[in-house]
Design a protein around this ligand. Structure first.
Ligand SMILES: Cc1cc2nc3c(=O)[nH]c(=O)nc-3n(C[C@H](O)[C@H](O)[C@H](O)COP(=O)(O)OP(=O)(O)OC[C@H]3O[C@@H](n4cnc5c(N)ncnc54)[C@H](O)[C@@H]3O)c2cc1C
Ligand code: FES
Length: 328
């Protein structure tokens, strides 16, 4: 796909994005979840001859009209949003995200959509879930959604995690701080389903802000909780912990999200122990479909290189190679 084609289709998509914003992305109804396909991705049909410039249009992104099933507080800062979603939304993979048309809250109207990682997907129940921190105008609007309301979720968007194929016993390490956990949780499900052992190190300010330990444990992950209150979450201690985990069962793939300090430490340790890995990044976004370049960040051209290149977090990520990512 050329960037021109991407941008032309992106513009088309943005037009419908704005339509959704003018309605606030919300209406009260008990209607079934539906999806309006956004013709964003035109994939080259490999079977076509080189002379044939026809592109087969495989819809992979839609403005999904989701219906709220529940939207409950899980602690004083975070809410858990459960939606009925149309089929296309259920194809979302770990690390991908939706661009949500958050409804207005009181007099505040969020002009742009807000990116939100998928927290859980249950295709058998037509369900997608998000875990979000209520912090600004967009998430305050989300927090006011009630059962039966509709929410316009553009997606699935971006490139998710890519678990490497291993011949031996796979051991996946998830290192998550705060809401970074929301992004990592579905990876645990995918890795366990693929036969890997998963260890999730969950870091938070206090034990009351540790989320989803039960969910991850039920999925089959081993859980280690570290908190600021218990003075177990500082980077030096977490580094020792990872080294111990690796010594007892070699880590074959390491992932992180949500903390710059943890990223720098994990890069160093993973490079030394030769563990491949990925990171899910969060970046302010405009369009989330590659058109506006609001989310560009510098990356190393390759692991260990001093040469930088610039990539769009929304389209080239939000999941990137651990060693190519620069800290912020
Ligand atoms: C790919 C992706 C996935 C995300 N997944 C989740 C998720 O699962 N759960 C969740 O709670 N949040 C997630 N976020 C962050 C979320 O999009 C922002 O917190 C959200 O936009 C806040 O909107 P707001 O209007 O409530 O707050 P705003 O008023 O826009 O911002 C509140 C505060 O958060 C900061 N902020 C806003 N957006 C970002 C951002 N993208 N990166 C860093 N700081 C930001 C602002 O600078 C400000 O200090 C994700 C972000 C990205 C890019
Ligand atoms: S947010 Fe527009 S290009 Fe990434």
């Amino acid at each position: 796909m050329t960037s021109l084609q991407t941008d032309a289709c992106a513009a088309e998509s943005l037009a419908s994005d704005n339509d959704a914003q003018t309605t606030g992305g919300r209406c009260s109804s008990e209607t079934r979840a539906t999806g309006k396909v956004v013709p964003l991705c035109a994939h080259r049909d490999d079977a076509a001859s080189a002379a044939d410039l026809t592109y087969s249009r495989i819809p992979s992104i839609a403005e999904n009209q989701c219906v709220v099933r529940s939207n409950e507080w899980v602690n004083p800062e975070y809410k858990h949003l459960v939606l009925s979603a149309p089929d296309l939304a259920l194809t979302v993979r770990a690390g991908q995200f939706f661009h949500l048309a958050c409804p207005p809250s009181n007099d505040e109207v969020p002009y742009l959509r807000r990116p939100m990682s998928i927290y859980r997907v249950a295709p058998e129940n037509q369900r997608i879930e998000f875990l979000y921190k209520v912090q600004g105008v967009g998430t305050r609007g989300l927090a006011q959604l009630n059962r039966g309301d509709t929410l316009d979720a553009l997606g699935p968007l971006g490139k998710g995690f890519d678990l490497p194929a291993t011949t031996g016993a796979a051991h996946v390490l998830l290192l998550a701080r705060g809401v970074g956990l929301a992004t990592m949780a579905p990876l645990a499900q995918e890795a366990i389903a693929a036969g890997a052992r998963v260890t999730a190190v969950l870091s938070a300010r206090s034990p009351s802000l540790v989320m989803s330990a039960d969910y991850l444990r039920d999925a089959g992950a081993d859980i280690v909780i570290v908190t600021d209150d218990d003075q177990t979450s500082d980077v030096v201690q977490v580094e020792h912990l990872i080294r111990r985990l690796h010594a007892s069962r070699p880590v074959t793939f390491a992932t992180t999200c949500g903390s710059n300090r943890l990223l720098s430490m994990l890069q160093r340790v993973a490079a030394e122990l030769q563990i491949p890995g990925q990171i899910a990044l969060e970046q302010h976004m405009g369009c989330a479909i590659g058109a506006c370049y609001a989310c560009v960040r510098p990356f190393r051209k390759s692991a260990g290189s001093d040469e930088l290149t610039y990539r769009r977090v929304c389209l080239d990520g939000p999941v990137f190679d651990l060693q190519e990512t620069t800290s912020w």
